[in-house]
Design a protein. Structure first.
Length: 70
């Protein structure tokens, strides 16, 4: 764990890294918005299968501005 690096990326940053290539020995924890009636029909979690063998996908509802207005 001497050279362990942790990075937190936005979705656009992660998409760019998938295109450019992942560093070796990388594991990913990916939070994504599960399907609900408010989720856009074309929304999909990022697919890391071509760049990383170790991915932990975590469904987590995004904060909905409508709920915050209450």
């Amino acid at each position: 764990m001497k050279n362990t690096k942790i990075k937190i990326l936005s979705r656009p940053m992660a998409e760019q890294l998938i295109k450019e290539g992942f560093p070796t020995n990388t594991a990913v924890i990916s939070f994504y918005d599960p399907k609900t009636k408010r989720t856009p029909t074309d929304y999909l979690p990022l697919d890391y299968s071509s760049v990383c063998d170790h991915v932990f996908m975590v469904p987590l509802h995004d904060i909905d501005p409508i709920i915050l207005e209450r």
